[in-house]
Design a protein. Structure first.
Length: 287
């Protein structure tokens, strides 16, 4: 063997030690590289999953927004029909009020006519009483004349005839007054019957007007909740934006939008036929 000097041997030993240290560091770096590669692959996998999940969430959110907008459009159509019905009811109320005013004027005229006829009846009764008294006085005078002048001549008979004619005329006047009184009383009864009929018609009109006014108030009260915005501004403004902008307002959808729907449901008063739209909107957002 070739002999080595001690300093050469030490140099080889040091080089060997350096090689072993380098090999150890190489293995460590290789393990770190493998670990970094695994973490990179895991990160890529998680990014892919997040992208898929984000796409699915964005699509679901878009579907919910479209459903909410469809419900809103339907609610607006219902509101339009309700407003048209309310306007029609208001016009009917105005027309009925005009009719009531006309009926009231007719009733006032009928009342005036009845009052005038009653005054005429009073006058006719006075005239009939006077005619009756005149007839009775004439009959009494005729009786007295007959008792006092039984033995008188033809001239006295002429006076009796005159008194008898006056009594008959008074009786005829009394009979005519009684006939007029009966006709006036019949006319008054007829007018009173017409007045009662008109009053019944007015009462019926009043009941109908009250019912129509209550219906108008009920329709207006039922649809006051539509003054609240059913969709938050971020959704209405985000219909033409990208999916990212829609996703960023998800917290608003889950809070403000549900509050608006709940407020609409409370204002409707729990009526299932009116509150159904709000409940459906709340279900779409919360599921």
């Amino acid at each position: 063997m070739k002999a080595y000097r001690p300093d050469a041997f030490d140099a080889l030993a040091a080089e060997n030690l350096n090689l072993k240290r380098a090999a150890s560091e190489r293995d460590m770096y290789r393990e770190q590289l493998e670990d970094a590669r695994r973490r990179w692959q895991e990160a890529e996998r998680r990014v892919a999953e997040l992208q898929v999940s984000s796409t699915r969430t964005t699509e679901e959110l878009g579907a919910r927004v479209r459903s909410a907008e469809a419900l809103l459009a339907s609610a607006r159509e219902d509101i339009g029909r309700a407003e048209a019905n309310a306007e029609k009811l208001r016009q009917e109320v105005a027309a009925q009020q005009d009719n009531v005013k006309i009926k009231v004027a007719m009733l006032d005229s009928a009342n005036d006519t009845i009052a005038s006829l009653k005054a005429e009846i009073v006058d006719l009764q006075v005239e009939a009483d006077e005619a009756r008294r005149a007839a009775e006085e004439a009959e009494a005078a005729l009786a007295r004349e007959q008792q006092q002048h039984d033995h008188e001549d033809e001239e006295s008979d002429g006076e009796k005839t005159q008194l008898r004619q006056e009594a008959q005329a008074a009786e005829s006047a009394a009979a005519a007054a009684r006939v007029e009184l009966t006709e006036a009383q019949s006319r008054v009864k007829e007018l009173e019957g017409q007045l009662r009929t008109k009053m019944d018609q007015i009462s019926e009109k009043d009941r109908m007007l009250t019912y129509v006014q209550e219906e108008v108030d009920r329709v207006q009260g039922k649809y006051e909740w539509v003054q609240f915005p059913l969709l938050p501004p971020c959704i209405l403004a985000g219909r033409d934006r990208d999916r990212t902008s829609i996703s960023t307002c998800s917290s608003c959808i889950l809070s403000d939008f549900c509050k608006f729907c709940a407020a609409g449901t409370r204002l409707v008063g729990g009526d299932s036929s009116r509150a159904g739209g709000g409940l459906k909107l709340m279900y779409l957002i919360n599921t």
